[in-house]
Write a protein that binds this ligand. Sequence first.
Ligand SMILES: Nc1ncnc2c1ncn2[C@@H]1O[C@H](COP(=O)(O)OP(=O)(O)OP(=O)(O)O)[C@@H](O)[C@H]1O
Ligand SMILES: C[C@@](O)(CCO)CC(=O)[O-]
Length: 444
Amino acid sequence: MAAPFMVSAPGKVIVFGEHGAVYGQPAIAAAISLRSYLHVKTLSDSERTVTLDFKDIAFYHTWAIDSLPWTASRYASARKLYQCHGGSLDKALLAAIQPLVESISPDLPLKERKVHRGSATAFLYLFLSLGSPQSRGFVYTLRSTIPVGAGLGSSASVCVCLSAALLIQGNALEGPRRDWDTQLERINSWAYAGELCIHGDPSGVDNTVSCRGKAVLFRKNADRPSSITPLDYFPTLRLLLINTKQARTTAEQVKKVQQLKEANQAVIGPILDAIGQVAEEALQFLSSATTHLDDSEEGRAAIRNLGRLFLYNHGLLVSLGASHPCLDRVWQLADTAQIGWTKLTGAGGGGCAIVLPRPDVSEDAVREFEREITKEGFKKHEAVLGAAGVGVRGHTVFRTGPEGAVEEIDEEQFANAADARAIERLVGLGGQETSKGWMFWSAR
Ligand SMILES: Nc1ncnc2c1ncn2[C@@H]1O[C@H](COP(=O)(O)OP(=O)(O)OP(=O)(O)O)[C@@H](O)[C@H]1O
Ligand SMILES: C[C@@](O)(CCO)CC(=O)[O-]
């Protein structure tokens, strides 16, 4: 029986360019140290079932492998090539999955049912595309330190984990030690298919940065693959990440902007273009050899310049209706106390804001701001930008495994870890990372 293994992928913040990204404008996104972790256990020959144990959304479901609609998968014959997915989903496969998904969590309120069904759709689509009717049974246990529905790319990191795990199980990856760019493309293309199942019409920026890690400039192209430029020089920016805990879904937010655009192209089109212009200007500025975000007078001026771009970007998103009174409140608190420049991040409508502190702000003022934020019921997350992308842990997954002995992670302990810190301690990654036993498909 194959030994258990674990894959992991990070969440993200969009620093500039959300919503514009859906319409082909550039966006700058960075991976964060909050991550999803997927533990994969192979069952014995006689147990021909596949189980999802997605703890963060309290979703547990088992399917008999023989009962799945294998004949609907157009990939069945091409599976051995593991060809990358195009920009749209296979409608016949989606339709075949639908009855299975509709029977999930029937007694839960609609909102929770939708959450379960989104994840189940993404999983079944990928399992039927990349698995096989002769497949062994598996249990997939997922834990994440990324808050769900907060604009931090939780769904993308889940989709990257599922794609990587299923490709590993299908022997379609050679391991991070060689030709990792091709492998990353493969993982990313299937992760995007998962995102399409959950989000409707996403740009692909979230799964791309989750896959590759660090920071990227992303641009969706209509008629050819998206352009992805790794931003290896991306500076260590100090950002405060404030979660308003106001849940919303990316799919609904993207749809709202789409409807706005359809209703008034003449006004909304230029706003989306301007969002792209801000990202463009930020890129030129950040990639300039003369930009240093240090404590010198020039460094301080550079941070103020970035703050100005935060201001523009947020204002444009507000005019698209992407803000929320809670996000406005974060903005107001940070502005009144002269803490720094605030911008919503991700799809908006709730979720998270990022605050770029002024270069001259005192630590006392930041602490007071954090107290105010907590009083409002918001939560500050500690997140380091520029984290590693998709990774794998397990000695026997690839021929060239990690160096040194790697202890197996106890599935029970992982499934029942009390909180984010306990998960990170157990897996040796995330904020407390030692990364022992982990291998990543990109240079760290
Ligand atoms: N930890 C998780 N476990 C299982 N499924 C998840 C998890 N996180 C996200 N999902 C799936 O993705 C959906 C979340 O999408 P949603 O738009 O609410 O947030 P997000 O991905 O966190 O935000 P964004 O795309 O703006 O960064 C959920 O409804 C669920 O189906
Ligand atoms: C709102 C959006 O631009 C970012 C979501 O993180 C949607 C997308 O690009 O897929």
